[in-house]
Ligand binder design. Structure first.
Ligand SMILES: CC(C)(COP(=O)(O)OP(=O)(O)OC[C@H]1O[C@@H](n2cnc3c(N)ncnc32)[C@H](O)[C@@H]1OP(=O)(O)O)[C@@H](O)C(=O)NCCC(=O)NCCS
Length: 279
């Protein structure tokens, strides 16, 4: 692995962890397996159709449960297979089981003496207009679960390198207005709103966004301070619990106006406020 070229917000992740990719072999050649010079080894490139991949794929589901579980949207295993591993790709960082502290091994549910790769983060995306338009299906990181492990920045670095691996030019995503993940997605630049209120989703207070991906945005998001990006000034803010404001914004979008989220959520005495600009 060559990590010397990357200056991320936490290079300990590149030093201590190893990148992995899950995708069908037919898709390997379509993907960038050396994003920004960080090589994904053949050993860490996982074919989901092989029985030998079973343990790693099960641990991906454990990661999903440990991160999303408390928020109520863990994925059934068939969703991983049908909607992610086969049509799309999964990128992330892993550690070797044998190098993990006992408390972490136990929290993840590793077997005694178990060795092998253990995923600590995932960015899953599905191509929706191949080859360059992808839907960001899931982002997760064990940083908040294991704060003593010095994994700060793991999700941001994972998403930035994942978009590079997928050769993504346009990313579509859906996230809740009150999600912590908005702090990460907004690091990639302005997010053009496709929906502000989304009754088709199981959480209607979901926004759907479009991100035009550039290398500078990816570098900025993973922490390279030489890659600044420009955000327009906000015209107003949406409170993360203000459903009426979301419905009003949705009505304006459906009437043809265009808006973007132009910065990270701001802490406010009455909750979070998300800056929005008319574009
Ligand atoms: C959300 C999640 C991916 C974050 O992972 P992570 O590795 O801690 O993320 P990063 O360290 O890259 O970045 C998090 C940033 O958000 C900020 N942040 C997160 N929650 C915050 C909050 N409630 N208030 C203010 N800032 C917050 C952090 O301070 C950090 O910013 P900083 O580096 O400037 O301090 C992780 O908690 C997770 O897996 N959650 C469950 C799954 C989920 O919600 N996925 C998103 C699907 S769209």
């Amino acid at each position: 692995m060559t990590a010397d070229l990357l200056r991320t917000r936490n290079n300990a992740i590149l030093r201590d962890m190893t990148p992995y990719l899950v995708a069908l072999p037919n898709h390997w050649k379509l993907l960038d397996r050396s994003p920004f010079g960080l090589t994904i080894s053949q050993e860490n490139t996982i074919d989901p159709t092989l029985t030998s991949s079973e343990r790693f794929l099960l641990l991906l589901q454990t990661l999903d449960r440990l991160t999303f579980g408390p928020e109520g949207m863990p994925m059934p295993r068939w969703v991983f297979y049908d909607c992610a591993e086969i049509p799309g790709a999964v990128f992330g960082f892993a550690q070797r089981a044998e190098n993990l502290p006992k408390s972490v091994r136990e929290a993840i549910g590793l077997e005694a003496g178990e060795t092998g790769l253990v995923p600590f983060s995932t960015y899953i995306a599905i191509p929706i207009r191949p080859p360059h338009v992808w839907f960001g299906h899931n982002l997760s990181s064990l940083n908040p679960t294991f704060p003593a492990m010095n994994l700060k920045g793991l999700a941001s670095i994972t998403k930035a390198l994942g978009l590079k691996v997928f050769r993504c030019v346009t990313q579509i995503g859906a996230t809740q207005w009150d999600s912590d993940a908005l702090h990460i997605h907004t690091r990639f630049g302005p997010l053009q709103l496709v929906t502000a209120w989304t009754p088709a989703h199981s959480e209607a207070a979901t926004l759907t966004y479009r991100l035009d991906v550039t290398d500078d945005k990816l570098r900025h998001a993973y922490g390279d301070m030489d890659a600044p990006i420009h955000y327009p000034d906000a015209d107003f803010e949406i409170a993360a619990d203000d459903w009426e404001a979301m419905r009003d914004l949705q009505a304006r979008i459906e009437a043809g106006e265009q808006f973007a989220v132009v910065g990270s959520p701001r802490r406010h005495e009455k909750g979070r406020r998300i800056p929005v600009a008319r574009i």
